[in-house]
Design a protein around this ligand. Structure first.
Ligand SMILES: Cc1cc2nc3c(=O)[nH]c(=O)nc-3n(C[C@H](O)[C@H](O)[C@H](O)COP(=O)(O)O)c2cc1C
Length: 170
């Protein structure tokens, strides 16, 4: 197939696929590496490379899920708290094989929106690489991530833009 046809096919095939549809199959290490190394090929103004990704697997992923549940409990008034939502946070994290935190670092060399745009393009590269490998993924951007400053060791010139969930589909 011609490159342009393959590219069009992958772009068309790309979907946000949610953790409930992921299988238990492990995503091989080299594919995670490929997803990240394709991410960082995204265009970025003045070569600021503003994306910062952290990969969570196994116990670290479990701890992240517990932290998100704790944040949900602490930031939600009792009368608004939903046990289903609390459980769902844990379910999504445990069903995903890998979770990647999406962060941007503002260099001050270019407008902040350009750093967010470049980081978003890096995420699109991750989406497309996942599609090519039949890995389900989606970008989740709940308000809860604004409270992950300590857990993710986010610096003052950085911002968390969400979490990228990944899981095999086969
Ligand atoms: C910046 C960004 C943030 C998103 N945040 C969420 C989210 O918090 N929850 C969610 O269910 N989907 C989220 N999504 C996924 C979109 O809702 C999804 O792309 C949309 O449903 C279209 O589906 P598609 O990706 O299969 O085309 C986000 C997508 C983007 C680009």
């Amino acid at each position: 197939m011609e490159n342009a046809t393959i590219l069009r096919h992958i772009i068309e095939e790309r979907r946000s696929i949610f953790p409930k549809d992921y299988s238990d199959k492990e995503i091989p290490h080299h594919i995670i590496d490929e997803i990240l190394s394709n991410a960082v090929l995204a265009p970025n103004h003045k070569r600021t490379k503003p994306w910062r990704f952290k990969v969570f697997k196994g116990n670290k992923k479990q701890n992240l899920g517990e932290e998100l549940q704790k944040i949900y409990k602490e930031t939600t008034a009792d009368f608004q708290f939903l046990q289903k939502k609390y459980d769902d946070i844990g379910f999504k994290i445990s069903k995903a094989n890998v979770v990647i935190s999406i962060m941007v670092e503002f260099s001050g060399l270019v407008p902040d929106w350009e750093e967010i745009a470049a980081t978003s393009m890096a995420v699109q590269n991750m989406y497309l690489t996942c599609t090519a490998h039949r890995i389900g993924c989606y970008w989740s951007s709940p308000k809860l991530v604004n409270h992950l400053k300590d857990a993710l060791k986010i610096e003052d010139n950085q911002q968390c833009l969400g979490l990228f969930y990944l899981g095999s589909l086969e």
